[in-house]
Design a binder for this molecule. Structure first.
Ligand code: FES
Ligand SMILES: [Fe+2]
Length: 428
């Protein structure tokens, strides 16, 4: 996306391709558009399905249900330590290979071989077919011809990505591009204590994603959790740094108008926050880990060089978000469409492993308080989806503070357009 060399006063105008006109949300309510998105975006873009910590040992695996692509994936670490992704489908007669309680529930574990529950074919964790019951009954049969069907899989900074295209047109690194690659060197590997939640949401996936990429709503919807200078229906909050690179976006915040959360007066927060010294922005005391000291973090984490810096919110196309907090922790969100008007939302909070009971409690308080703020966002979505589906209004104004929303819908539209124009060879 073109960026002007001499930036005008408004962020949106730095990216003239975006325009400043009214925006349609037909892309969030049209069943036909949703069908196009499945092919144009979710079968072509690199998708984050988890982290390497979910595959801690040789033989570790997890399954990932991707309703949007009508498939289930099996992600494994083989006996040599390599990470793979496969379609979770038996080569014999198509049964789902790995599941525990019901075929639609995700599962994880450690094993040496996967055995199909139907006729007992067995596969190694590297996908090789190892055993066929009554093999001599088959015709011209060689087990080497029937491994699990693999899916392109690459790991970046411990994040496991897959690409469902037959031949992705870009490597993962090329797809991520310089702005997201600026995160390289952040000590993600030191933040292995994970709190994960999942929720079924009654809105198009983009509607919720929009709610976490603009802060225009913060002083109203989250008024209860704001410092006094922000707790206003009148004054709002201005983002000090936006950045766009290809299909991805970055929003960075500074210290909340110079009042960091840990300096907020006690009567402006939940008692549990004050009692534990932890809350929405994380534990107030940064862990004593040199790699997490802001002075040692990669400059690409805060490319606007905000001082004080508070959060960098990387919106990685199409449905993956990494928020890194100055207090030494990070979180991720994923939005997995299940229909035009529903999606599964996943959030994970990552901290350096607690060394004391009080550190552990602080992590839990941050996870719970942060989850509550997220549920305040979620509570609006049903109403927004209903309002859009009424089609009473077909075009909406977006402010400069909602530049990211404008960009996201444009990129989604561009990918669908490229797919319609170039068919199977559309970009990936
Ligand atoms: S379908 Fe898996 S062994 Fe028959
Ligand atoms: Fe919010």
């Amino acid at each position: 996306m073109a960026q002007l060399a001499t930036p005008p006063a408004k962020w949106t105008q730095r990216y003239p391709d975006l325009g400043t006109g009214l925006v349609s949300y037909e892309d969030s309510i049209s069943p036909e558009f949703y069908e196009l998105e499945r092919e144009a975006i979710f079968r072509r873009a690199w998708l984050n399905v988890g982290r390497v910590e979910q595959l801690p040992r040789k033989g570790s695996y997890f399954t990932k249900e991707l309703a949007v692509a009508k498939t289930s994936l099996l992600v494994t670490r083989d006996l040599a330590g390599e990470i793979h992704a496969f379609h979770n489908v038996c080569r014999h007669r198509g049964n789902k290979l790995v599941w525990d309680h019901t075929p639609r529930t995700e599962s994880s574990g450690v094993c040496r071989q996967f055995m199909c529950k139907y006729h007992g074919w067995r596969y190694g964790v590297d996908g090789a077919l190892k055993f066929v019951l009554q093999e001599e009954e088959f015709f011209d049969f060689d087990k080497a011809d029937f491994p699990l069907v693999s899916v392109h899989c690459e790991v970046w900074e411990g994040f496991v990505f897959v690409n469902l295209a037959e031949r992705p047109s870009q490597s993962l690194r090329d797809f991520l591009g310089p702005m997201v690659l600026g995160l390289e060197g952040y000590p993600f590997h030191l933040c292995g204590e994970r709190y994960a939640f999942k929720s079924e949401i009654s809105s198009n996936w983009k509607i919720f994603l929009d709610a976490f990429q603009e802060y225009y709503h913060a002083s109203v919807l989250h008024a209860q959790q704001q410092v006094p200078s922000l707790r206003s229906f009148e004054s709002g909050y201005k983002i000090p740094h936006f950045q766009i690179d290809g299909p991805h976006r970055l929003v960075s915040t500074g210290g909340w108008k110079g009042v960091p959360r840990h300096l907020t007066p006690p009567d402006q927060m939940y008692p549990i926050e004050h009692a534990t010294r932890s809350g929405l922005m994380g534990p107030w005391d940064r862990p004593d880990i040199p790699e997490l000291d802001p002075a040692n973090l990669p400059p690409g984490l805060n490319p606007g060089n905000l001082q004080p810096w508070s959060i960098s919110n990387f919106q990685i196309f199409p449905n993956f978000v990494i928020l890194v907090y100055e207090r030494g922790w990070y979180l991720t969100y994923q939005y997995w469409p299940t229909s035009v008007g529903t999606h599964d939302w996943e959030m994970s909070y990552y901290f350096p492993p607690a060394r004391t009971a009080s550190e552990r409690i602080r992590h839990e308080v941050t996870a719970v308080v942060s989850k509550e703020a997220a549920l305040q966002d979620a509570a609006t979505l049903d109403g927004t989806q209903m309002g859009l589906e009424s089609r009473a209004i077909d075009k909406f104004p977006l402010s400069d503070q909602e530049l990211t929303v404008r960009h996201h819908h444009k990129v989604v539209g561009d990918w669908v357009e490229a797919y319609l124009r170039d068919g199977k060879d559309a970009r990936a």
